[in-house]
Design a protein around this ligand. Structure first.
Ligand code: 6PG
Length: 247
């Protein structure tokens, strides 16, 4: 297992600054990677500005679209046109506006009635299209309950050692309360770079718990990122970082 390490913290003024910094981080990673760029997207609303910015000049012109593969790190088990669908959201604010070949978008069949079958099929697709090479860049959000992707407190996914994708029940701590598919720590921890986007005072307690030297992964799943051995940055606005004592 990789060495346990507290993730890095970068604090910016507000959501606009967070968006601008996230754009820079994504473009820098794309520019530094000469081959296919495996880009994991998160759901939630914090990355909306980032997605919109990547789809428009000036950032849009710097993205090597022909070698970018995007996939979702988690999905709600609803049809794509349901307002709760992460894919639907990402498509509306990002994918519909870019020159990404359709083969460059990997999405789960999230609405299949059998969640385990949907998870297995999505894992098969990821393995087929991206191989076992680590993900180049993984975006994550953080929930007020300390979740990342769809790994909620006490999730069985925290102990997963083999599967890349799991079907998990609806969360009881946050909405939307629908069953999910989620990438597991197996794939998350191998990513070359992980950027966790966090904005707003409502997340301050979760950020403090996620980054504390001591704590319980079951209570705050984001703490599993300590196992990634230093490839993770929490990019927070000032409100979200308010409970961290900055050196
Ligand atoms: C989801 C997610 C989830 C999200 C966080 C933060 O599908 O719900 O991918 O992990 O990123 O809940 O969401 P916000 O950015 O909306 O606060």
């Amino acid at each position: 297992m990789a060495q346990t390490m507290i993730p890095a913290l970068e604090v910016v003024a507000d959501l606009d600054a967070l968006t601008a910094r996230a754009v820079e981080r994504v473009l820098a990673a794309m520019e530094a990677s000469p081959y296919g760029f495996r880009f994991g997207l998160c759901g939630g609303h914090t990355p909306e500005g980032l997605y919109r910015a990547l789809a428009r000049p000036p950032a849009e012109g710097r993205v090597p679209w022909e070698r970018v593969i995007v996939f979702l790190g988690d999905e709600r088990r609803v049809p794509d046109d349901d307002p709760r669908s992460n894919f639907g959201f990402v498509k509306r604010v990002f994918l519909d506006d870019v020159r990404l070949p359709m083969a460059g978008v990997l999405k789960p069949k999230a609405a299949l009635p059998d969640g385990d079958a949907a998870a297995a099929a999505y894992e098969k697709l990821l393995r087929r299209e991206m191989g076992t090479t680590p993900v180049d860049f993984l975006l994550l959000g953080l929930g007020e309950d300390g979740h990342i992707a769809s790994i909620f407190p006490s999730s069985p996914a925290l102990d997963e050692k083999d599967r890349w994708v799991m079907s998990v029940p609806a969360p009881t701590t946050v909405g939307p309360r629908v069953p999910r598919l989620t990438l597991t720590p197996v794939r998350i921890l191998e990513a070359r770079e992980v950027l966790v986007l966090v904005s707003g005072a409502g997340k301050a307690a979760a950020v403090a718990r996620a980054l504390a030297a001591e704590g319980d992964e079951r209570a705050c799943p984001a703490r599993l990122l300590h196992r990634a051995g230093g490839k993770v940055t929490f990019l927070c606005d000032r409100a979200a970082a308010a409970r961290i004592a900055l050196a």
